[in-house]
Design a protein around this ligand. Structure first.
Ligand code: T4K
Length: 403
């Protein structure tokens, strides 16, 4: 293990980890149960189109969340597009820029303007106090994102939506298994959207779902995700293909059976990160509310360069050299990605907190592929980096380009 800066892999030596440590390494449940389900699917030759495994998966999710309807989808991006369309959002919709670009793209894809709202630096979530100034006669909705699984200010957002007659939807891609005031995320707003992508703590390879308590909305969404078909030869709406396959549902069901174990591992790892990263000046590990349910999937550091003595990007470079593939989610913010940066070159003027945050955050590996030993090593690397940040930066700047 590295003990001084000479042994850091950034100078060309061997990395601390022989294998790459990815942030989004999937959790795999009981392999035999999954394979038995796949075998059954093949035996019955029913591979997709709302088969028995998808129906069971939807039922289990609804039961777990205490929500009336779960409509499983092929991924959360399509789910967002469909719920936006089903609610007839048009014109402008207010969203945070500090999110995965899918949230904004789901609007832009259907010619709706995402209006980017700044975030609360304490929670990383959309700041309700900044929403009203963004509402125009063209505004039809708000999409809150429960970033890192930490719930948005749901009550404040609901009040704003109600008083301005706006639709309110939550992108809960990170928040399956989390709660707000003790109630499961999934039943807030008109609908919430879950992701079961491979990198989420509970996966169905690719997958997502819309959950809602609204019967009429659920019925419309069910048709829309199946080309609008109401019967064999009967189409009621313009629709698309958002269906989840049976193999995905089999993976989702198998993952659900291990869900509590995945959360326990994430929680143990989070506590381990807390321990090894304690008392590091300028390095803040984001906090989770111990009074709520939480999936503890995201290990997110905020690097305050002035105090830590090194930038987030330098810390990331040091970790990558050691095969720790930390990620800068959600750098540089949607407003600095195309097409938004060309459409709204000055959007950053209203997004001061987002811009600060996108320069500070760094996500570290978690999940069942990450061990306490890995975390201890990562902790040591971060300690060395912080203790010698200025020296490392100086030496790197003196090195010839390309080295
Ligand atoms: N809303 C929010 C707030 C979201 O965060 C997301 C997705 C969505 C909506 C849309 O959900 P989906 O339509 O995807 O259901 C990854 C995921 O692809 C994406 O689902 C996720 N958010 C986002 C935060 O992370 P990338 O571009 O970082 O993916 P990639 O390929 O770089 O993989 C991430 C890390 O995981 C890498 O280090 C490699 C590792 N990995 C990945 C896969 C697929 C593995 O070790 N094994 C794997 O199988 O977006």
């Amino acid at each position: 293990m590295q003990t001084n800066i000479e042994r850091l892999a950034i100078w060309g030596g061997p990395p601390a980890f022989a294998e790459k440590l990815h942030v989004g390494r999937p959790n795999i449940g009981d392999r035999d149960r999954f394979l038995a389900r796949v075998s059954d699917i093949l035996d019955h030759r029913w591979l997709t189109n709302h088969g028995p495994y998808v129906r069971e998966f939807e039922q289990r999710i609804s039961d777990r969340l205490g929500v009336k309807h779960c409509i499983a989808m092929c991924n959360a991006t399509i789910a967002l597009e469909i719920v936006i369309r089903a609610l007839e959002m048009t014109g402008e919709v207010i969203v945070p820029s500090f999110t995965f670009v899918a949230t904004a793209h789901a609007l832009q894809w259907q010619a709706i303007t995402p209006v980017f709202c700044d975030v609360d630096p304490a929670t990383h979530n959309i700041d309700p106090q900044r929403i009203e100034q963004l509402i125009t006669p063209r505004t039809t909705g708000i999409i809150g994102v429960h970033v890192w699984g930490r719930p948005c200010a749901i009550e404040a957002l609901s009040e704003i939506a109600q008083s301005h007659e706006l639709e309110l939807v939550f992108d809960a891609a990170h928040a399956f298994g989390c709660s707000y005031h003790g109630k499961a995320i999934g039943s807030f707003g008109r609908a919430e959207v879950l992701s079961f992508h491979a990198t989420k703590f509970l996966n169905s390879f690719e997958g997502g779902a819309i959950v809602t308590n609204d019967d009429a909305l659920a019925a419309r969404i069910r048709l829309m995700k199946n080309f609008g078909f109401a019967g064999y030869d009967d189409v009621d709406y313009v629709g698309t293909n958002g269906k989840m396959s049976e193999v995905s549902a089999a993976m989702g069901l198998t993952s659900l059976e291990s869900m509590d174990e995945f959360i326990a591992t994430n929680r143990r790892n989070y506590a381990e990160y807390q321990r090894v990263l304690a008392d590091l000046p300028g390095i803040l590990l984001i906090a989770y509310d111990g009074n709520e349910h939480c999936n503890y999937q995201y290990i997110v550091l905020e690097v305050d360069q002035a105090t830590a003595g090194l930038s987030r990007d330098l810390l990331m470079r040091i970790l990558w050299a050691e095969n720790v593939l930390a990620r800068r989610y959600f750098h540089p913010g949607c407003h600095r990605m195309e097409p938004y940066r060309s459409f709204y070159p000055n959007a950053g003027l209203l997004l001061a907190e987002t811009e600060k945050l996108t320069d500070r955050v760094l996500s570290l590996p978690n999940g069942t592929a990450t061990t306490p030993d890995d975390i201890a090593k990562i902790g040591e690397l971060v300690h060395i980096a912080v203790a010698h940040g200025a020296e490392i930066a100086e030496r790197l700047s003196a090195m010839p380009p390309g080295q």
